[in-house]
Ligand binder design. Structure first.
Ligand code: FES
Length: 134
């Protein structure tokens, strides 16, 4: 009679300080679409913002306007119609090229549809030549 030594395979799952790899772990905290802009962040230089015009900051999804000399405003650049990023600021309006909506550069209100809701305002501060998120 022969005894064949049986081999036991023992899987040790001792978490002995090695990094616990978490491949495929769900529930990560990054929802992928949080605002790219954060408080205190410089958005633009005041000299970048034309009087009676503005500048669309595509990456930050913010549009900064200067309706009157030295008066700066900022709004979400996401059109309230169907979510395009507004394209331009001209003649006192923030314009969306997707379907032609226009918003007042002074307060974000709808000047021309199809959008029906204003662009939400963003709090900003102007320090020296810097326009920053408040
Ligand atoms: S998404 Fe801007 S007008 Fe339609």
């Amino acid at each position: 009679m022969t005894h064949t030594p049986s081999r036991r395979t023992v899987l040790l799952c001792a978490g002995t300080g090695a990094a616990a790899l978490c491949a495929g772990c769900g529930g990560g905290g990054d929802d992928g679409d949080s605002s790219a802009a954060s408080s205190g962040q410089e958005l633009a230089s005041t000299s970048d913002i034309p009087i009676a015009g503005g500048k669309v900051l595509t990456d930050q999804k913010i549009v900064v306007t200067q309706p009157k000399t030295g008066e700066f405003k900022a709004f979400s650049a996401v059109c309230t119609h169907q979510g395009c990023i507004v394209s331009d600021v001209r003649d006192g309006t923030i314009d969306c090229a997707c379907h032609g909506s226009r918003f007042a550069a002074a307060d974000g209100s709808v000047v021309r549809g199809p959008a029906t809701k204003p662009l939400p305002g963003k709090e900003i501060t102007v320090e020296g030549n810097s326009v920053r998120l408040a």
